[in-house]
Design a protein around this ligand. Structure first.
Ligand SMILES: Cc1cc2nc3c(=O)[nH]c(=O)nc-3n(C[C@H](O)[C@H](O)[C@H](O)COP(=O)(O)OP(=O)(O)OC[C@H]3O[C@@H](n4cnc5c(N)ncnc54)[C@H](O)[C@@H]3O)c2cc1C
Length: 467
């Protein structure tokens, strides 16, 4: 559907000269995403300057039934932020840290503030905003809340959902829902903010949020371990939990193929250990006092080495070395670029079922397309595996593409049989709409539709996403 010129002109007038862009060169980067999977188009790139202007824009669109796609940093991985004819509402001008309350350990940030800037603002006040993603230089606070992003420190601090105390939202009717409270206790009816978190822009535009801050642990210990099996990694996690409890902030599984491709395809990486091993774990502890006696990380890893849970380990001796370990892990998505087609599955299962999942799903994939390169990695401390399948080296792209739906079906069937989820942290977007119906029951889908209809009866907010 093309949008009538009179509406485009009215919206431009409403937004003012700073509030929209029409030059194709300015608009183009917002119509294409990181994985080169989706290419979009829009009649107007709207850049409202404050919450009131978001309200004006959405009210006009609601009145005329004009669809909107909100976009933050355009780092989403399921196509939900790419418009296909909708107005593109970019939050980049909602870029203020409104306030920081150190005594309450909270910060009020606008939706277009990047995650890196939010973390820097907290650090300037001697505090930590713990959400951390490889995409944090571009990903925005509105985006991370709308996708309920996870990342590498979920084990200790939770997902974006766990870090939000209050929200300001412009609903699809253009009304402002102001719930910008910094309360850790508030049992006054439905917790409405939770409906908007993870809604992928289908229920309104998040314009600001109050988020939790933490004291940064002064002692960070980072290590890289080599292991024979995924079972060993899970046993190591349990072992560390008994020693360090919630102080484990990162526990990331890395396959040898990940190390190899990160070294080959992402400049600047160095192998943390040699020789190679089937599996690796990046782990990090955040402590308020250095561990002593047989609780030192050296001691704990030495005992893991002795009882065969790990085959080798390196503890970072400097911040630079710690950053090299983390960088290696963060390179794993980029490491796949240049290796042909990659079928990505962002799934979760109970931590106790991770090894079984990887084993079963790998066998299923190999039976469908032998020589597929299985690239399974991720935040296994919280049950999240990025189970990526790379095109076999000797197979043509077309043959792989033909087999792809069968591979994905086999992977998701394994996930569901183990009580897991087909989307751990990236969302449903337009990529997994069909599969969502297999995971959710009829009652769950009805409830989700009822919520959507209650907030957005004319289906103007991200209309192609989720359903
Ligand atoms: C290299 C790389 C690494 C990544 N690592 C992780 C990871 O470890 N964990 C993880 O969870 N994700 C990860 N991601 C995915 C991505 O970074 C997150 O989903 C992020 O939260 C998206 O933020 P964004 O601002 O870019 O949102 P966008 O991509 O712009 O939008 C994502 C969704 O949010 C909606 N949206 C955006 N802003 C608003 C708003 N203000 N109000 C309402 N809806 C809005 C959009 O419509 C869309 O549905 C990674 C991505 C890349 C490229």
């Amino acid at each position: 559907m093309t949008l009538a010129v009179k509406h485009i002109d009215a919206l431009k007038a409403l937004l003012g000269p700073k509030g929209h862009k029409t030059n194709p060169d300015d608009v183009a980067p917002h119509l294409h995403e990181w994985r080169d999977r989706w290419q979009g188009h829009t009649p107007l790139l709207a850049m409202p300057g404050d919450t009131a202007q978001v309200g004006d824009l959405v009210r006009y669109c609601a009145e005329h039934k004009i669809a909107i796609t909100p976009q933050g940093g355009n780092t989403g991985l399921v196509g939900a932020q790419i418009p296909q004819g909708e107005i593109l509402l970019l939050t980049s001008r909602l870029n203020k840290v409104r306030s920081l309350d150190a005594s309450n350990a909270t910060m009020t940030v606008e939706a277009g503030v990047t995650l890196a800037s939010a973390r820097a603002a907290a650090a300037d006040a001697g505090l930590l905003f713990p959400l951390s993603l490889a995409s944090e230089g571009s990903a925005t606070m509105g985006g991370v809340l709308s996708t309920n992003a996870g990342g590498m420190e979920v084990l200790r601090y939770g997902n974006a959902r766990d870090l939000a105390l209050g929200l300001e939202v412009v609903t699809p009717r253009g009304e402002m829902l102001d719930d910008l409270k910094g309360l850790r206790k508030d049992n006054s009816g439905y917790d409405l903010k939770q409906v908007f978190i993870g809604a992928e822009g289908t229920l309104g535009v998040i314009t600001a949020a109050v988020v939790k801050l933490y004291p940064p642990p002064p002692f960070r210990l980072t290590a890289w371990c080599a292991l024979q099996t995924v079972d060993d990694a899970i046993a190591l996690l349990a072992h560390l939990r008994h020693r360090y409890g919630d102080a484990i902030s990162k526990f990331e599984l890395v396959p040898q193929i990940g190390v190899d491709y990160a070294l080959k395809n992402v400049p600047g990486n160095r192998a943390p250990l040699s020789p190679s091993a089937p599996w690796h774990v990046l782990l990090e502890l955040g402590l308020f006092a250095p561990p002593g006696g047989d609780h030192t990380l050296e001691q704990v890893l030495a005992s893991a080495l002795q009882n065969g849970r790990i085959t080798d380990a390196a503890i970072a001796q400097s911040d630079t070395q710690a950053m090299q370990f983390v960088r290696m892990r963060e390179s794993l998505s980029a490491a796949q670029k240049g290796e042909g087609l990659a079928l990505k599955h962002d799934i979760s299962v109970p931590v106790s079922a991770i090894a079984k999942f990887i084993e079963t799903a790998s066998a299923e994939v190999q039976s469908l397309m032998p020589a597929s390169r299985i690239f399974a990695f991720g935040h296994v401390g919280d049950g999240n595996v990025h189970f990526d399948v790379l095109q076999p080296l000797q197979t043509k792209a077309h043959a792989f593409e033909t087999c792809a739906p069968h591979i994905t079906k086999a992977v998701y069937t394994t996930v569901l049989a183990l009580g897991g989820s087909i989307s751990a942290e990236h969302g449903i977007g337009v990529l997994k709409r069909t599969e969502l119906r297999h995971q959710k029951s009829k009652v769950q889908m009805q409830a989700m539709r009822a919520i959507k209809t209650a907030f957005d009866p004319d289906n103007i907010m991200n209309p192609r996403v989720l359903f």
